[in-house]
Design a protein around this ligand. Structure first.
Ligand code: ATP
Length: 278
């Protein structure tokens, strides 16, 4: 039996004013300990889908059909209080542009401590110790220094590590990374992806990774959902979908992608498998 932590069934999201359908018939399952990728070009509905899952759609967009279940509970039954409890404690999320999610005038350590004190009821001393532990877990090199710093003093990659620390601080089951590495340069991007994989293992997380970058999906994901114009055009194990795409649109995405990026990953992966087998 599959151990589903998140099920989305025939999700439909509609623009409240124009009545235009933004997302329709979107279904997928996130299985415990696995990584699901959502790919598709800009405007295909990836962010709207995960925002619906997080209960943070902009006012103008409404869930008008389908069902979302988090740990077996339909979110349609969630009260405001349930949503607040769910976000952070069951589903954590990180987005592009980490700087915009942090308060520029409050020291970073204090911002994490605040989450821990309010949501976990930790004392000041406990929250400080836990913040430093989280900063170490996300490999911030000098946790004590970062604790005292402000957002503008850190690079984009370091800020994303702080955001990931906050996202995992309440021990969620699921971590959603929505274009979390898109704004970072390639080396830092690879480091953050490695961190996500490490945290998945260490914290027992399931990941939902949204990216327009197929190399990210090839590297990270067990399963993939391909979206276009608010619909899923293809879904399945990431390797099978990327190697043998059935849908024309997936083939187009792949051909548009810098081919050698994917090939290089698959070669490296095959050589690792050979090593493990020998
Ligand atoms: N705040 C909003 N108000 C009105 N329509 C919106 C809003 N946000 C998204 N949409 C609509 O939903 C569609 C899907 O947007 P979404 O952000 O989910 O795409 P995406 O696949 O995540 O693209 P990107 O990679 O650019 O973020 C958009 O084309 C737009 O029509």
């Amino acid at each position: 039996m599959s151990d589903s932590v998140l099920t989305v069934r025939d999700l439909e999201v509609t623009h409240a004013v124009t009545g235009q359908s933004v997302v329709r018939q979107v279904s997928f399952e996130v299985v415990r300990g696995r990584v699901l990728g959502i790919v598709g070009e800009s405007g295909s509905g990836k962010t709207v889908t995960v925002r619906a899952v997080l209960g943070i759609l902009p006012d103008i967009l409404e869930v008008t059909g389908g069902a979302i279940e988090v740990l077996g509970r339909p979110t349609s039954e969630f009260t405001k209080k349930d949503w607040i409890a769910c976000r952070g404690s069951v589903i954590g999320a990180v987005f592009q542009d980490p700087g915009s999610y942090l308060n520029p005038s409050i020291r970073l350590g204090k911002q994490v401590e605040e989450v821990l004190r309010v949501k976990k009821g930790l004392s000041r001393a406990e929250a400080r110790a836990e913040t430093l532990r989280l900063f170490r877990a996300v490999h911030l090199r000098n946790p004590e220094l970062v604790h005292q710093q402000y957002a503008h003093e850190l690079s984009g990659g370091m800020l994303q590590r702080v955001l990931i620390a906050i996202a995992i601080s309440l021990g969620p089951d699921i971590l959603i990374a929505d274009e979390a590495t898109t704004a970072l340069d390639v080396t830092v991007q690879a480091e953050i992806l490695d961190l996500l994989v490490e945290l998945k293992e260490a914290e027992g997380l399931s990941l939902v990774v949204i990216s327009h970058d197929l190399a990210v999906v090839a590297q990270l994901c067990d399963d993939v959902v391909v979206m276009r114009d608010g619909e899923i055009v293809e879904a399945g194990p990431a390797r099978a979908v990327l190697r043998h795409p059935q849908h024309e649109y997936t083939r187009l995405l792949i051909s548009e992608h810098e081919r050698f990026g994917l090939d290089r990953y698959f070669e490296q992966d095959a050589s690792l498998q050979r090593k493990a087998a020998s």
